[in-house]
Design a protein around this ligand. Sequence first.
Ligand code: ACO
Length: 401
Amino acid sequence: IDISKLRSVTGGVTTLDAGYKNTGSCESEITFLDGEKGILRYRGYSIEELADKADFLEVAFLLIFGELPTKEQSEKFHADIKAQSIVDEDVKKILDAFPKSAHPMGVIASLTSALTAFNPSSVNVDSEEDMYKSVVKILGKFPVLVAWTFRKKEGLPLDYGDKNLGYVENILKMMFRQPNEEYVQNKILVDALDKLLILHADHEQNCSTSTVRIVGSSHAGLFASLSAGISALWGPLHGGANQAVLEMLEAIKLDGGDTKKYMAKAKDKADPFRLMGFGHRVYKNFDPRAKIIKKAADEVLGDLGIEDPILDIAKGLEQEALNDDYFVKRKLYPNVDFYSGIIYRAMGIPTDMFTVMFALGRLPGWIAQWREMRLRKEPIGRPRQVYIGETHRSFVSIDER
Ligand code: ACO
């Protein structure tokens, strides 16, 4: 039922649904999710097939424009993005003003928002052509901001990418290139990052995506809407879980690797500890992305010849949870973030950059959802409330209180 239509008949209907567990906020053609069966599809294509056969930029095009690109469309899209991959030099001054200890998610949210100031024409987008310009701009500039945020933390000089490279190869080179050294691409890392970005690219109306849509619904610009989405993603109950998972696995390792102790803590309602990377608002079955990532983690670590005891702890926790009544009854399975950090770590990405990598992957999904919302001319998002405060009171002057 489209409740918004009831207003004219009834004079106003308010549903209360804390956390929007059963409330649809929009109609969308982008991502299909069946949480009971563990199915995820982008524009009708299964996530398994896309992760196996497509590359990230193809998936970005698919999400944003609705179809897989032809060869010509793909080349043009990439060329348009590359042409926009220069960031105003003054943005470096903003980056310089952050302390080295700043969390990269805070930095990247601020820099993304700052792009609006350097690209004022990106705010008023009245035509599809204007939208396209903003879309390729942010797809070009965001990886540069990610690389700069990382390099600033690492004390490395800031530079631009290599226009001869693919989108994902270029991201890796921009991040990891050492001064006065030739950067050699590692195909294992390129493929792993490509897959991770595809798996994170969209997930219908989650917290950050809903944020992007609701901010965008006021016709704030794309970059401001994305910046708000990045802030929403940061939280440990959402994208920040990938950092929290690795910190949890590290803590378990340091504590002697006793997974049973942590399982007991997670089940203890008096203990605020939760098993990070477990549970999902919509999936009440295996998160299909987690299955793919678990396999990829095994492959990447094997290919790179890395033995990481953290992976064993993760697998141990998963096995215990699968056989534990508490987790089974509540249908708590590993989610996308449970194994992704293990791959990022193997790639040499520091823990506090994990959620930034998630944002890099989610960027096309946020853009696609924002674009759909604007093209459908959706009304401004403005939930109601059920007021439970005082009724009418008379003012008491300060001397009489
Ligand atoms: N560990 C222990 N218990 C859990 C966990 C967990 N990770 N997740 C949920 N539960 C329990 C809750 O305590 C609750 O138990 P109760 O019924 O006895 O009260 C029950 O399972 C239902 O949990 P809710 O919090 O009501 O479920 P909700 O849909 O609101 O939350 C969420 C989903 C936020 C993902 C939650 O499962 C969680 O906090 N997981 C850990 C953080 C995490 O991994 N987040 C990443 C999600 S994926 C993403 O955003 C990219």
